[in-house]
Design a protein around this ligand. Structure first.
Ligand code: 13P
Length: 261
């Protein structure tokens, strides 16, 4: 694990679970957390937009120790942006976090570096917290360009950020070749990239940001990655859709933090 940052585990539900299923999963996580609270790890779930209100409601009414995030937000405050959602709308639902620049949005919905930077600015200015997603594809990795590629993504998104917003930013390293493939980056690859990301963040003045890993994290590999990969937590896709596997990952981070303090 990195410095002594509290671990953060974010479940990205992607385009899965309707609002009934989402409430069910939220409640299951709630029951498991009551039976075995995460003493150190912070937990966020990021359901689809249409589930946010229901999930936020049960988190509040059942006092579940987790926060709610959105998977994306529009960079504009309001107006003629058919199909989009604003930061103000999210805040009204007690959403606290937003994923910014997930590789699926970059690749499939034409979100370029400029749009990622503008969205990040909109998120932090509104008072929400951002998980900035970065990561290279397989070609870049094979060509040994991954460090430079990730550095460019970080600089483009963060260089113009007002320092008073720095602490609202968490970075998630998600190599595209590891997302949803069952191929996890090795602990060495994760360790060296998280160190690289921390040094770039340090140069940009973000000395306290947590650095997460995402890409085929599951109940079996989480403990090894958190022990060996130098990460402050995880951004979890597929394994966050089942309460058992998600909570095993949370527990791995929680135990590791307790052991390292
Ligand atoms: P998987 O955990 O399903 O590989 O997804 C990772 C991811 O993209 C989380 O944002």
């Amino acid at each position: 694990m990195g410095a002594a940052a509290k671990p953060l585990v974010v479940g990205n539900w992607k385009m899965n679970l309707d609002f009934v299923e989402a409430v069910h999963l939220g409640q299951q996580i709630g029951v498991m957390l009551k039976n075995r609270p995460a003493e150190h790890a912070e937990i966020v779930v990021a359901p689809p937009f249409v589930d946010l209100r229901s999930v936020a409601s049960i988190v509040a009414s059942e006092r579940i120790a987790m926060s709610v995030g959105a998977q994306h937000v529009n960079m504009n405050e309001n107006g003629a942006h058919t199909g989009e959602v604003s930061t103000a709308m999210l805040k009204r639902l007690n959403v606290e976090w937003v994923l910014v620049g997930h590789s699926e949005r970059r690749a499939m919905y034409a979100m370029d570096d400029a749009a990622v930077a503008a969205t990040l600015q909109a998120v932090v200015r509104s008072g929400l917290k951002a998980v900035l997603c970065v990561g290279e594809n397989n070609d870049v990795r094979q060509g040994q360009g991954h460090e430079q590629f990730v550095q460019a993504q970080l600089e483009s998104a963060l260089a113009d950020l007002d320092p008073r917003h720095h602490e609202q930013v968490t970075v998630a390293y998600e190599p595209i070749w590891a997302i949803g493939t069952g191929v996890t980056a090795s602990s060495e690859q994760i360790h060296s990239m998280t160190a690289h990301i921390r040094s770039v963040l340090g140069r940009l003045g973000l000395t306290a940001s947590r650095v997460l890993y995402g890409g085929s994290v599951n109940a079996e590999n989480a403990r090894t990655i958190v022990l060996e990969g130098g990460v402050d937590g995880f951004l979890v896709g597929g394994a966050s859709l089942k309460a058992e596997s998600f909570m095993t990952i949370v527990q791995a981070c929680d135990d590791c933090y307790a052991g390292k303090r």
